[in-house]
Design a protein around this ligand. Structure first.
Ligand code: FES
Length: 338
């Protein structure tokens, strides 16, 4: 049985199964709630229950209840508190809990990173899967980065390529032509992960967005797109329009085009526009010119898009300059380059 959980202060809602914790359901559906131990001990996830009923795992009250004090009793009337990492709904719920919507709300971690798989996505791009130690997880915002740090201290910065879910297994897209991380020996190395970091993240779930990426810059856009999709999949609300422009010098650069086509086939609000250089040419400037022509047409009709660009430094510089000179001014532009 599914129940509806509504967060009173933000109006965000999601569904939760009767045998699932509220926190797990929220993370599964892309609602970022503040968490700590995820074992009912630290009290970080305590929220206020305004209506509805909950059960606890093993029918035991979590230890975190010992952290409650007098301020949790207002005007002589007891406010019902719940520990969302252990509470499961037995009815629809209205509650208040802390949501994370900015990097400052996230815990920065330094953890051992265990490489569990390397899957080639194209000739140059490899999906690297990392597992975190038991009882550890990484909470991040869609689009953010981590650093992989080698024993000798060399740092490699990568975008996280998945939507934030349970934060236990993470995926990175490594461009073997660009990265100095040696994938042939990486499984023998003692790697650590530091993060999350970066100001390039999805700033609003309700705005129409244009995502522009190039090569492995797709990783951050994928994280944002998957987050949007999971966020809207379980609600009756209509997803805002999302456009993905993916620039490449060849078909191989658009290395997960089938995934993006699948999204655009399934959701009418998602449009995919790959822009590939003409044959026998590595015409990056031609691609950005094509992109700018399309953008100026699109933004002339409707300008209220947030614009996210994840591309090489050269492409970001050109786009930044040209968007300014063409006076294309969507409300917010967020850049990340590599
Ligand atoms: S996250 Fe620590 S008590 Fe829930």
């Amino acid at each position: 049985m599914n129940y509806t959980i509504t967060i009173k202060s933000s109006g965000h809602s999601f569904t939760c199964k009767a045998d699932e914790t509220i926190l797990d359901a929220a993370l599964r559906q892309g609602v970022a709630l503040t968490t700590g131990c995820r074992r009912g001990i630290c009290g970080v996830c305590i929220g206020t229950l305004h209506s509805g009923c909950v059960n606890y795992l093993n029918d035991e009250e979590p230890m975190a209840f010992f952290t409650l004090d007098e301020k949790d009793v207002e005007e002589g009337q007891e406010i019902e508190k719940i520990v969302i990492c252990e509470a499961m709904p037995s009815s629809d719920l209205i509650l208040d809990v802390m949501e994370v919507d900015a990097p400052e709300g996230l815990e920065h971690k330094n953890l051992p990173a265990n490489i569990i798989a390397q899957n080639p996505l194209s000739e140059d791009i490899v999906a690297l899967q990392i597992d975190l130690p038991e009882d550890e997880y990484l909470q991040f915002l869609p689009g953010q980065n981590i650093a992989l740090v080698e024993e000798a201290g060399t740092r490699h910065l990568f975008s996280l390529a998945d939507a934030p879910r349970d934060g236990k297994t993470l995926t990175l897209h490594i461009n073997t032509q660009r990265s100095s991380l040696d994938l042939t020996t990486v499984h023998q190395t003692c790697l650590r992960l530091e993060g999350p970091q970066g100001e390039f993240f999805l700033h609003s779930y309700n705005k129409k967005c244009i995502f522009i990426c190039e090569k492995e810059g797709f990783a951050a856009i994928k994280s944002m797109m998957e987050h949007m999709i999971s966020r809207y999949a379980s609600t009756q609300q209509e997803m805002p329009a999302l456009y993905i422009y993916w620039l490449g010098e060849s078909d191989a650069d658009i290395y997960q085009h089938q995934l993006v086509e699948k999204w655009s086939d399934k959701y009418s609000n998602i449009r995919f526009l790959p822009i590939i250089s003409s044959q026998n040419s590595s015409d990056n400037d031609g691609n950005t010119a094509k992109l700018l022509a399309l953008l100026s047409q699109q933004l002339e009709i409707e300008a209220d898009y947030d614009l996210y660009i994840s591309a090489t430094a050269n492409t970001v510089d050109i786009l930044e300059f040209e968007l300014l000179s063409l006076q294309i001014n969507p409300p917010s532009i967020y850049y990340q380059h590599f």
